[in-house]
Structure formats: structure tokens, C-alpha cells
Design a protein around this ligand. Structure first.
Ligand SMILES: [Zn+2]
Ligand SMILES: [Zn+2]
Length: 93
């Protein structure tokens, strides 16, 4: 499944098109698979993904920002908050 959150292949945060990596917004078992199934993933540059001070795997705020955005999409396009919690374990909103 391709991303439902992005039309262009660029870093979600800085719009860079270099060193892009695929990030599943709800990661870890078993959420990664569910993120894949729903297309809840984004392209991130290496600095925003794993390495920089604002990288989502290091920075709690960046991580939550994406999760809130993805849950908002879910509630507007896929299902209710209750369904979201059943699927992904908790609400981020
Ligand atoms: Zn970036
Ligand atoms: Zn990632």
C-alpha cells in the first residue's frame, strides 16, 4: 500500500528529496503491519527519520506530530476513534 498521507516522494518535514526512507507512523509489532495496510506511512529524509535532533525515532515531539496527523486522517477517512484504538492500541488525540 502506498502512503495515503503524501502525494509526492519527499521528506514530510523538510521536503528534501535526498536520502529518503520509508517511515511507518505506527511502528513496532504489530502496528507496523497495520500502518502498511492502511498506508499510514511517510517519506522522511535520513535526518528526520533516524539521525538528526528532530528525527522521529529520537524526538518524542516529531514522533507524536506524525501520529496525531495520521490518527486525524484515520478518523476523517477510515473509521471512528473507537475503531482506531482497537486497531492501534491507544488514541494520540
Ligand atoms: Zn527532512
Ligand atoms: Zn521509521
Amino acid at each position: 500500500m502506498k502512503s495515503v498521507l503524501q502525494d509526492t516522494k519527499e521528506c514530510y518535514f523538510c521536503h528534501s528529496t535526498y536520502y529518503l526512507e520509508n517511515h511507518h507512523i505506527f511502528f513496532g509489532d504489530p502496528n507496523r503491519k497495520k500502518s502498511e495496510k492502511r498506508g499510514l506511512k511517510v517519506w522522511l529524509c535520513h535526518n528526520h527519520h533516524r539521525n538528526g535532533p528532530y528525527a522521529v525515532h529520537k524526538n518524542r515531539e516529531s514522533n507524536l506530530q506524525l501520529k496525531e496527523m495520521a490518527q486525524t486522517y484515520y478518523e476523517q477517512n477510515i473509521g471512528t476513534r473507537e475503531q482506531f484504538i482497537v486497531e492501534f492500541g491507544k488514541s494520540y488525540l
